[in-house]
Design a binder for this molecule. Structure first.
Ligand SMILES: [Ca+2]
Ligand SMILES: [Ca+2]
Length: 222
C-alpha cells in the first residue's frame, strides 16, 4: 500500500506540473537605472540585443511611465534592431497565455502595434498582433496597460518575440518603445482546465486501482 501511495503522489505531482501556469510580474526583480541585456524571472529569460529597462512604477522615467502595474519591463531601441525575446531558462517548451502591454513615456510617440511571434519546436512561426490604445497618463486615474490573450495555438514554443511595428505617423518609424508586464506562461501543451484535470485524475485513479488490485493478488500468500 505504501508503494501505491507513492505512485499516487508522483502522479498527482506530474498532473500539477502539467497544468501549472506562471505569471511573470517582475515584482521580485529590482529596477535598473539603465538597460540590461537580460532579465531573469521565474525560470524565464527576457532579453533584447539593445537591452531592456526594469521599471518600477510611473515615476521611473520622465515625465512619467505607465502606472498601475508595479514593476515591468520597457522594451526600447530603434528599428531594425532585434525584438524582445522570451524563453525558458532551461530551453524547454512552454505556452504563452496572455500578457499586459502599454506605451512608455507619457507624451512620447509609441509604436501603434506590437507583433508577437511564437517559434515552435518544429520551426513553425505563429504570429499575433495587438494595438496600443494610446491611453497613458502615468500616475493618473486612467488604465494604461491593456491585456492580450493569445490564441490556443501559442503552445510548444521554444521562443517568443515581441516587436513594435512602425506606423505611419511621424516618430513611429524611429522608436518602438513599449512596456510589458504580467506575462502568463504555461506548460508546453497549454493550461489544463479544471474539468479536464478532474477527468484525467479519475482515469489515473481508475488505473491505479487496477494496478493495486493486481499487485494485491500477486503478493497474496498461497
Ligand atoms: Ca508588475
Ligand atoms: Ca495604454
Amino acid at each position: 500500500m505504501i508503494r501505491h501511495a507513492v505512485i499516487a503522489k508522483l502522479l498527482f505531482s506530474a498532473l500539477a506540473a502539467t497544468g501549472q501556469t506562471v505569471t511573470i510580474d517582475f515584482e521580485e526583480v529590482a529596477s535598473t537605472p539603465s538597460t540590461v541585456p537580460v532579465v531573469s524571472s521565474k525560470g524565464f529569460l527576457i532579453s533584447n540585443p539593445v537591452g531592456v529597462f526594469l521599471a518600477s512604477g510611473p515615476s521611473y522615467c520622465l515625465p512619467e511611465c505607465p502606472g498601475g502595474s508595479g514593476h515591468y519591463v520597457i522594451a526600447q531601441g530603434t528599428l531594425p534592431t532585434g525584438p524582445v525575446t522570451l524563453q525558458r531558462a532551461d530551453g524547454a517548451e512552454f505556452s504563452l497565455i496572455s500578457f499586459d502591454f502599454a506605451e512608455t513615456n507619457v507624451g512620447i510617440p509609441y509604436p501603434p502595434e506590437i507583433r508577437v511571434d511564437g517559434i515552435t519546436s518544429s520551426g513553425e512561426t505563429i504570429s499575433f498582433v495587438v494595438a496600443l490604445d494610446g491611453i497613458n497618463d502615468g500616475s493618473g486615474p486612467l488604465v494604461d496597460f491593456q491585456r492580450a490573450s493569445l490564441p490556443a495555438n501559442f503552445r510548444r514554443l521554444r521562443t517568443v518575440t515581441f516587436a513594435g511595428l512602425p506606423g505611419v505617423l511621424p516618430g513611429h518609424l524611429e522608436r518602438f518603445n513599449y512596456s510589458l508586464d504580467n506575462i502568463q506562461v504555461g506548460p508546453a501543451l497549454g493550461p489544463i482546465s479544471i474539468p479536464m484535470l478532474n477527468s484525467a485524475s479519475l482515469c489515473i485513479f481508475a488505473f491505479l486501482l487496477l494496478i493495486a488490485g493486481g499487485a494485491a493478488l500477486h503478493v497474496r500468500p498461497a
